[in-house]
Design a protein around this ligand. Structure first.
Ligand code: ADP
Ligand code: MG
Length: 682
């Protein structure tokens, strides 16, 4: 597919090696990347007043003659050109411009067109540092609406403008992938015209998110995404596997040994998974449920129902702490059975690791728990029948695809996510998967959230003293120490000393830089109630379960995302007991900062919070693609353009002649072609 839109940007006039690099820092590599970096706003330069019609504060384009220079040659005093038309005078003021330059752009007694914001200084109209100055005979028209682009450091605004004006005026014609019928139905123009108009707006709202031009492009981005999901789904459907035998007996035994009964939601989800496992189609399912909704036990039971001495289940979790906790739980649940459970951690010696690897390869172990390390190439499973991934929101789509190709056709995959996503957004993230949701938690979370300014730390300390006296344990969370130099957040170490001094109880401090042994020790101390306070960075965020800890303090809470706060807070109030979460905020918190943490106080509903979080922070942050360094959408806004997702999905589903080859160019433009290659070979 030869097309000049894929040419490197260094082919563009005005882009040399230096500017090229600046663009690349913004992920702009070829011409189409450049063009898809849409304007963030526009400036209306169509207001062309005579000098007796000037209005302060308005962007104005005026036609004047320079009549006199005023170059004071005193430091800090600006240079000026007095200009006039038939109706009045105006000063054009330049800070930091050389005289020779000013003389060149505004030669006296020649008509020039000048555009900029008009202000009033000592009762005189002036334009300070005008955006545009041009001789009237020049053929570039200023009197129009101009697209404004987000800053690219090291590239001046004018250079940027020029590049875009040039490039967007001669975009290579491409073959349209939508049929005319569809474009007409949506009242959309073709791709070229839409793109061109966004860079050359004719009306102020041409570049708005809801303009027909913008929506056309947003739709295409969404469409490319859903096409890929759809393709993955299609290929999965073609894979058949040997249905798994369900061991009802073991399930019954586990259920009897639990000190609770499953909720209706849990039962329902379990039934669906059971159906998947015993069908002849490969399962690729995501189980989503708010923190504390009881996903773990569901997944473990689902594993137990198909596991035997002749096959294997792998459970992958994001941290070693969590791996340990799950390992202990599984051992407990399966204590009566012959199933062999093993934990693969980096804590093992080389020798132990090698011997475990061998066991995995020879099928001498059945249930293997670990972190990412489970899926290194050197680990070979004998008969991997089922992969469960806990808290998978830390992985991106790409990693997920890699994973689903691990194992073999018969390997079923269950992903568990604690990031509730509003229903309509599920498509954007899990379009290739089946989805189950646990809506209701086993017990109502009675966590009370309290907001406190950090100068009231004394009150917090005495509150905590009382809680510990009645047997409670406390999480004390500080923003990440390793990354905090820039942020100048409270040093956690200092806090540790402070707490030790002011509270006469056992405290441990856990953070990412400790060795695995140290971390495990600290965690088991806390879970066994040997320490009363666990001071930590955010590494406790994912999954840790200590029902006896029902108090949490989060420092600098305004620095966290809402979903992250919700995850953290989900560590407490898990046993139905009353719990307290104290959000400390700094004294110079902003108004919006305060608004945000107020949402936390008002709501305990993960879905509501994630929706609010989405509105406040944007999409990439919340679904965790930020961590995985992958961005799903650059044009479409999944919240704002929900309707486009629905249209896209229904187009794909209802279009009987849907043929992916027709969209080759579209997929390439949005860089989805590589993903397709992976599925092809995977
Ligand atoms: P999450 O969905 O966040 O992973 P967990 O699976 O860790 O939640 O469950 C949270 C807590 O609720 C655990 O202590 C678990 O033992 C308990 N739990 C799970 N299901 C039930 C239930 N049906 N009734 C009572 N407690 C339950
Ligand atoms: Mg969990």
């Amino acid at each position: 597919m030869k097309n000049s839109i894929f040419e490197n940007i260094d082919k563009i006039k005005g882009i040399g090696p230096k500017i090229k690099k600046k663009f690349e820092e913004k992920n702009i590599f070829n011409k189409i990347d450049l063009l898809l970096n849409l304007p963030i706003g526009s400036i209306d330069r169509r207001f062309c007043p005579k000098l007796d019609q000037l209005e302060v504060g308005k962007i104005s384009t005026i036609f004047v003659k320079g009549i006199r220079y005023q170059f004071p040659r005193i430091r800090n005093l600006p240079n000026k050109v007095i200009c006039e038309d038939q109706f009045g005078k105006i000063d054009i003021v330049f800070f930091n411009s050389r005289e020779s330059y000013i003389k060149q752009i505004i030669p006296l007694n020649q008509e020039v067109v000048i555009s900029g914001k008009v202000n009033l200084y000592k009762n005189k109209y002036q334009i300070t540092n005008p955006d545009y100055v041009q001789l009237v005979e020049s053929n570039f028209d200023i009197k129009k609406i101009m697209a404004k682009y987000s800053n690219i450091t090291g590239v001046s605004e004018k250079t940027l403008q020029k590049i875009y004006i040039n490039e967007s005026s001669n975009i290579e014609k491409i073959d349209e992938w939508h049929d005319q019928r569809f474009l007409e139905k949506m009242s959309w123009l073709n791709w070229n015209e839409s793109l061109k108009r966004l860079h050359n707006p004719e009306n102020i709202n041409d570049i708005d998110k809801n303009s027909i031009y913008f929506e056309r492009l947003a739709f295409d981005e969404i469409y490319s995404n859903l096409i890929i999901f759809n393709e993955i789904k299609k290929r999965l459907k073609k894979i058949t596997k040997v249905p798994k035998k369900i061991n009802e007996e073991i399930v019954l035994k586990i259920l009897q040994s639990l000190n609770f009964t499953l909720t209706d939601d849990q039962k329902e989800v379990l039934a669906v998974i059971k159906k998947d496992l015993s069908s002849d189609k490969k399962m690729l399912r995501v189980l989503q449920g708010d923190v504390g909704s009881g996903k773990t036990i569901v997944s473990l039971i689902s594993a137990a129902m198909i596991i035997s001495n002749n096959n294997q289940v792998a459970l992958m979790v994001p941290t070693e702490i969590l791996a340990n906790q799950h390992y202990n739980l599984i051992k407990k649940i399966l204590h009566f059975s012959k199933i062999k459970v093993d934990l693969l951690t980096s804590k093992l010696t080389m020798k132990e690791q090698n011997s475990l690897k061998k066991k995995i390869e020879d099928g001498e172990t059945n249930f293997i728990i670990g972190t990412h390390s489970l899926f290194q190439d050197k680990i070979k499973f004998k008969q991997l029948d089922y992969i469960i991934i806990d808290e998978q929101h830390k992985f991106g789509v790409q990693q997920r695809i890699n994973l689903s190709t691990k194992g073999n056709d018969g390997t079923d995959v269950l992903l568990m996510s604690a990031t509730p996503i509003p229903r309509t957004l599920i498509l954007t993230k899990y379009g290739d998967m089946d989805i189950s949701t646990i809506k209701n938690k086993p017990f109502k979370n009675k966590t009370l959230t309290i907001l406190k300014p950090e100068n009231k730390l004394d009150e917090v300390i005495s509150f905590i003293k009382k809680k510990i006296e009645i047997g409670d344990q406390v999480y004390w969370v500080c923003p990440i120490i390793e990354e905090s130099e820039i942020l100048k957040v409270n040093s956690v170490t200092k806090r540790f000393d402070y707490l030790l001094k002011n509270l006469n109880v056992e405290i441990n401090f856990i953070h990412g830089q400790l060795s695995k042994e140290e971390k495990d020790k600290i965690m088991s101390n806390f879970i066994n109630n040997k320490t009363k306070i666990l001071l930590s960075t955010t590494i406790i965020e994912v999954g840790i379960d200590n029902p006896n800890a029902n108090t949490m303090v989060i420092e600098n809470s305004e620095r966290f995302g809402l979903s992250q706060l919700h995850q953290l807070r989900g560590r407490i109030g898990r046993s139905g007991k009353e719990a307290h979460c104290i959000l400390l905020y700094s004294n110079n918190i902003s108004e919006t900062g305060k608004k945000r943490i107020k949402i936390m106080k008002e709501s305990n509903d993960g879905f509501y919070i994630s929706e609010e979080d989405l509105k406040l922070r944007g999409f990439g942050d919340i679904i965790g693609t930020k961590q995985s360094g992958e961005k799903d959408f650059t044009i479409a806004d999944p919240l704002y353009h929900q309707h486009l997702f629905e249209i896209a999905q229904s187009e794909i589903e209802t279009n009987k002649q849907f043929n992916i080859s027709r969209y080759e160019l579209l997929l390439k433009i949005f860089k989805k072609d590589q993903i397709l290659n992976i599925i092809d070979t995977g």
